[in-house]
Design a protein around this ligand. Structure first.
Ligand SMILES: [Zn+2]
Length: 99
């Protein structure tokens, strides 16, 4: 990497502002939205990973809205999990399913 980091940050800030303006109220219930850091559980094949991201969260119905860029990160991570490509991911425990 290196070099282009500053440019990248500028782009991200403007994207986030646009995103926030697009979601002033919840499109589902009309409730108030708040910007929050949320933990999202992603599943790909036999693997699962959690990722903490910023989202707009409806204070009434609890629905979360993610910027397009974040949704792409989710898709990317799901695809990597499905292919068992866990480089760069930290193993924090096993996953269990109750039957
Ligand atoms: Zn809502």
């Amino acid at each position: 990497m290196g070099g282009g980091l500053e440019d990248e940050e500028v782009v991200q800030v403007s994207l986030e502002r646009e995103f926030k303006e697009a979601f002033e109220v919840c499109p589902i219930c009309g409730g108030e939205l708040a910007e929050k850091r949320v933990e999202k559980l992603l599943r790909g094949g036999p693997n699962m990973a959690t990722i903490t991201v910023e989202a707009m969260v409806c204070l009434r119905c609890g629905e979360r809205f993610y910027p397009e860029e974040t949704v792409k990160r989710f898709e990317n991570l799901r695809a990597r999990l499905a292919r068992d490509e866990t480089d760069g991911l930290e193993l924090v425990g096993g996953a269990y399913e109750a039957r």
